[in-house]
Write a protein that binds this ligand. Structure first.
Ligand SMILES: [Zn+2]
Length: 487
C-alpha cells in the first residue's frame, strides 16, 4: 500500500506522489528563539523527526530545511528589557533549542538557515513581487496586495470577502486592503535593520519562509509542515508570495499540520503560567518516555500534556524497554552457549518470526495511513507480548533450537528497529544508566555464586534479599542464575 497523507490543501487523505521519484523534500517552519523551547514545540519536531526516520526506513532519500527566525519583535523586546543585543537573545535560545532536540534524539535538519543571513534573497523576492504587481511600497514599508492573487484563501478555505468582513486587524492607513500583510517593515529607532531599495528596515515574518524554501528546495517541493495555528495567515501568505513570485503552483505539494498540545486541558501560554520547558520536563522524564507519549497520539489530534499522561506513558514504555532488554540478554546467553552446545533441541513451537513479520506489516500499514504512530505503538506492544510469552515458555534459557533462535533474533531486532523509527530506545543518559544497572546486577550475581560455592550462605542470601528489596528477583536454574524486575 502506498503512503497516504492528509493534505490541508485538499482537506483529505491523498496518496503521496513526490516531485521526484525516491526523494522527499521537506520544509518546516522553525522556531523564533526568544525563550526556552517548550513541550509544545517538542511535539512538532519529534513528529517530523519520526516522519523523516520512517521515510528513510522505507527507502526514500529525505532532505529537510527548517528556518530560524532570528529577527522578530519578541526577540527585540526581550533584548531591550535585558539591555543586550537581539543577537545574544536569539543565539542563547537557539542553543537551548538545539540542546534539547539533541537530548530528545531529534535528528538535525539538513539545513537550518537563519533569516539574518538571507536578507539579500528576501530583498530579491520582494523586489520581484513589486515588479510583477503583487506588492507595493508605502512610506518605507512594503505590503503584499491580497486582491492581486486570486488564489488567496485556498489553504484556509476562506474567501477574501469573508476575511475582509471579519477582519479585526487595526486600520493601517498605509495599506490598500485590510488583509494586506507586510513584506518589509521600515526601521524603528534602536532596532536591527538592513539597507534595501525601500530604505532601512527588516523583513516581515511570512516572507522569510518563501525565500528560504524557494532557495533551498525550489518551487513544488513535497511536504510543508507546521502547527495548525499557522494555516492562516502564515502558510496562506507563504503560498501567495511564492506562487505569485514564481508563477508556478503549487508552492508545496502537501501541507501537513499537527494539532496543538494543551497543558492540563487548557491551551499553553506564558500568561497562564502553564509553560513547560523541554529542559525541565527532561529532568523528570527520560527522552524515550516523552517520545512514547507523543507517538501514542495521532499528530492531528489535540493532545493533553500533564504529569499523569507522562507517567502513564512511562509505565507503558518501560514494558517495551524491559522486554527488549530481556530478549537481548537471552540472545547473548544463547550466543555464548552455541559454541559449546551444537546439538539440535526440540523447538518451542512458538511462531515468533511470523509474529515479528506481522508486527512490521501492521506498523507500516499504520504509518502509511497518515503517519498513524498510535497503530505503530500497538504493534510494538503485541510483538513485546509475543517475546515475553516466548521467554516464559522457554524459561529465558538457552536450549533453543535453531528456529527458535532465529525467531527471537528477528523479533528483538524488529522491536528495536520499529521502536527506533519512533525515536524509542535511543542511547541516552538514562539508557546508559540502564546498561550500568545491568552490569552491576551481573557482578552481584557472580559474587553471590562465588560466595555460594564457598558455602557462605548468609552473605549470598544477603545479596539476594537486598536485590529483592530493590525490586530485582534472582532465579537459580539448572543452567545458571537469571534476574527479573518485579512487576
Ligand atoms: Zn513558515
Amino acid at each position: 500500500m502506498a503512503l497516504r497523507i492528509y493534505n490541508t490543501l485538499t482537506r483529505r487523505k491523498e496518496e503521496f506522489v513526490p516531485r521526484e521519484p525516491g526523494r522527499v523534500d521537506i520544509y518546516q517552519c522553525g522556531v523564533t528563539p526568544y525563550d526556552y523551547t517548550h513541550i509544545g514545540h517538542a511535539r512538532q519536531y519529534v513528529f517530523w523527526d519520526t516522519v523523516r526516520r520512517y521515510l528513510k526506513y522505507r527507502g526514500w532519500k529525505v532532505f529537510c530545511v527548517q528556518n530560524v527566525t532570528d529577527v522578530d519583535d519578541k526577540i527585540i523586546a526581550k533584548a531591550g528589557m535585558q539591555g543586550v543585543e537581539p543577537e545574544e537573545i536569539s543565539e542563547e535560545y537557539h542553543r537551548d533549542f538545539l540542546d534539547v532536540m539533541d537530548m530528545l534524539g531529534v535528528e538535525r535538519p539538513d539545513v537550518m538557515p537563519k533569516v539574518t543571513q538571507h536578507i539579500p534573497e528576501i530583498i530579491e523576492l520582494i523586489s520581484g513581487l513589486i515588479e510583477k504587481g503583487y506588492a507595493y511600497q508605502a512610506d518605507g514599508d512594503v505590503f503584499f496586495d491580497v486582491t492581486s492573487f486570486p488564489d488567496y484563501g485556498k489553504l484556509s478555505g476562506r474567501s477574501l470577502d469573508d476575511m475582509m468582513a471579519g477582519a479585526r486587524i487595526e486600520v493601517n492607513p498605509k495599506k490598500r486592503n485590510t488583509m494586506d500583510f507586510a513584506l518589509w517593515k521600515s526601521a524603528k529607532p534602536g532596532e536591527p535593520s538592513w539597507d534595501s531599495p525601500w530604505g532601512p528596515g527588516r523583513p516581515g515574518w511570512h516572507i522569510e519562509c518563501s525565500a528560504l524554501a524557494l532557495k533551498y528546495l525550489g518551487s513544488g517541493f513535497d511536504m510543508h509542515g507546521g502547527g495548525d495555528e499557522l494555516i492562516f495567515p502564515h502558510h496562506e501568505n507563504e503560498i501567495a508570495q511564492s506562487e505569485a513570485y514564481t508563477g508556478e503552483k503549487p508552492f508545496a505539494r502537501y501541507f501537513i499540520h499537527h494539532a496543538m498540545l494543551n497543558i492540563d486541558d487548557v491551551k499553553m501560554s506564558k500568561s497562564l503560567g502553564n509553560f513547560f520547558s523541554v529542559r525541565d520536563v527532561l529532568k523528570e522524564f527520560e527522552p524515550g518516555v516523552i517520545r512514547y507519549f507523543f507517538a501514542s497520539r495521532h499528530y492531528r489530534s489535540p493532545a493533553n500534556y500533564g504529569v499523569d499522561e507522562l507517567e502513564a506513558a512511562g509505565t507503558a514504555y518501560s514494558r517495551l524497554v524491559s522486554t527488549l532488554d530481556a530478549g537481548r540478554r537471552a540472545l547473548d546467553k544463547a550466543d555464548k552457549m552455541e559454541s559449546v552446545q551444537e546439538k539440535e533441541e526440540k523447538g518451542s513451537g512458538l511462531t515468533l518470526k511470523a509474529d515479528a513479520e506481522e508486527a512490521e506489516r501492521r506498523f507500516i500499514e499504520g504509518m502509511d495511513d497518515d503517519f498513524n504512530t498510535a497503530v505503530g505503538i500497538a504493534a510494538l506492544h503485541d510483538l513485546a507480548r509475543s517475546i515475553n510469552d516466548f521467554l516464559h515458555a522457554t524459561g529465558g534459557m538457552i536450549h533453543y533450537n535453531k528456529e527458535d533462535l532465529q525467531g527471537l533474533s528477528k523479533a528483538v531486532s524488529t522491536l528495536s528497529t520499529l521502536g527506533g523509527i519512533l525515536g524509542l530506545f535511543q542511547e541516552s543518559g538514562a539508557i546508559a544508566d540502564r546498561g550500568l544497572t545491568e552490569g552491576l546486577i551481573s557482578l552481584l550475581i557472580d559474587v553471590r555464586n562465588d560466595l555460594r560455592s564457598k558455602k557462605e550462605w548468609a552473605f549470598a542470601d544477603k545479596i539476594r534479599d537486598s536485590l529483592k528489596g530493590m525490586g530485582i528477583i534472582l532465579e537459580d536454574t539448572s543452567t545458571g542464575t537469571i534476574w527479573k524486575r518485579i512487576g
